[in-house]
Write a protein that binds this ligand. Structure first.
Ligand SMILES: [Zn+2]
Length: 124
């Protein structure tokens, strides 16, 4: 697949912060899109562009093991977008860890359903 059409969502837990007060990293999901991620700015655009969820092996192979730095951060508790210091869904707060600000993209439905199928439960 085209690397430009890759989108990555990282799930963090704002209820389980590190000693420094930052939300804890929980999981990562790689998505294949029908169009370049640079064209995606809203929940609706992302929802419509998703082809499928990549396997862990596919995701790791895509960038040859190098970290992908343009990910979106979402809340593992509610699926909301994580702002700099507050989850836009459940309103939990945490310290600003200087990560790139999110564009406000929430967890897409397909990822939410995928996680639920694998035993995760959301609070809302
Ligand atoms: Zn939340």
């Amino acid at each position: 697949m085209n690397r430009d059409c890759y989108y990555e969502i990282r799930l963090y837990d704002p209820a389980e912060c590190s000693a420094a007060g930052y939300p804890t990293f929980v999981a990562v999901t790689g998505l294949e899109l029908t169009r370049p991620r640079a064209e995606i700015h809203t929940n609706e655009q992302l929802q419509q562009a998703i082809v499928r969820i990549l396997t862990d092996q596919e995701r790791q192979a895509l960038f040859g093991g190098n970290p992908f730095l343009e990910y979106q951060r979402c809340c593992v508790r509610c699926g909301g977008a994580l702002g700099l210091t507050t989850c836009q869904g459940c309103k939990r707060t945490y310290r600003d860890d200087q990560c790139e600000p999110s564009e406000g993209i929430e967890l897409p439905l397909i990822v939410r359903q995928h996680l639920v199928q694998h035993g995760h439960s959301f609070e809302q």
